[in-house]
Design a protein around this ligand. Structure first.
Ligand code: URA
Length: 273
């Protein structure tokens, strides 16, 4: 392509900066896409064992092949024998449509300790997480860090999300996008073997526990999370999302009570068997 006229280039840059200042940070399709209807066509299949990853075509606009994407995620996840390998597998995975919706610069996997007894699962990366390639590093993440520090949990957590790319406009990931990424979340739990899962926010709690209850009724109660193949069972505690706490500071006391519920169980002496 010939180099554009410098004036045209300046005009284009200034127009893009204008849109970015107004909060427009993604290019979207002209027509709306009903991802829920698209997903109903193909429910996720049973987990695959360590098979070689079949190539999956980049999803056509509006018609992601969810079954193929889940199968590929399962194969890639099963083949990863370390968190480092899983990080590479996620980065190379093209099956999650969010990756191609225009807001994601890179995949965002985890931060924290690789021997943590607590695995924290949030919703999905935002702008700051996308820029840094790490989960929960924006304002909500900073609040989460302060709460974890106050509860003595800073060095006892690994933090990740239900999806690994930033949804445009920070929309909530759809259940199908979460289902496509779920094999990677499950593999993270299988490699980490945490004692407890902390599910941060309604989108995480609903997806992980496959429940359609509101977060205000689920928070602070213990659930049992099971992996799709039934090989893992881990106590899971839903809690309020720190982004919600930034908007509703009066709710912080409930999130704090949840962290105390978590630390009480984490530090409870194990009964001799
Ligand atoms: N909110 C989330 O749910 N996850 C992040 O990583 C950041 C904000």
């Amino acid at each position: 392509m010939p180099n554009p006229d410098p004036t045209e280039r300046q005009c284009a840059e200034s127009l893009l900066a204008f849109w970015a200042d107004g909060g427009v940070d993604a290019m979207l399709l002209d027509e709306p896409v009903d991802r829920i209807a698209a997903g109903k066509v193909a429910p996720p299949p049973a987990p695959a064992r360590k098979a070689a990853a079949a190539p999956v075509a980049r999803p056509a606009a509006g018609q992601p092949d969810i079954a193929a994407a889940v199968a590929q995620a399962q194969a890639l996840a099963a083949a990863a024998d370390s968190l480092e390998a899983l990080k590479d597998a996620i980065a190379g995975f093209d099956g999650c449509p969010i990756k191609f919706e225009g807001a994601a610069r890179q995949s965002v996997f985890y931060r924290g300790r690789e021997d943590a007894p607590v695995m924290i699962v949030g919703e999905g990366p935002g702008a700051e997480e996308d820029a840094q390639g790490l989960p929960f590093v924006g304002r909500a993440g900073q609040l989460l860090d302060r709460m974890l520090a106050a509860a003595g949990l800073t060095d006892r957590v690994l933090i990740t999300n239900t999806v690994f790319w930033r949804p445009p406009g920070n929309r909530t990931p759809t259940p199908f996008e979460q289902a496509i990424c779920a094999p990677f979340v499950e593999r993270t739990a299988a490699l980490l073997k945490p004692k407890i899962l902390l599910l941060v926010g309604g989108a995480s709690a609903k997806a992980m526990l496959k429940k359609d209850e509101g977060i205000l009724s689920m928070r602070g109660r213990w659930f049992e999370w099971r992996s799709a193949d039934g090989s893992l069972e881990i106590p899971a505690l839903p809690t309020l999302h720190p982004a919600f706490l930034l908007r509703q500071p009066a709710a912080k006391k409930r999130a704090w009570a949840d962290l105390l519920t978590l630390t009480e169980r984490l530090d409870r002496p194990e009964r001799p068997s």
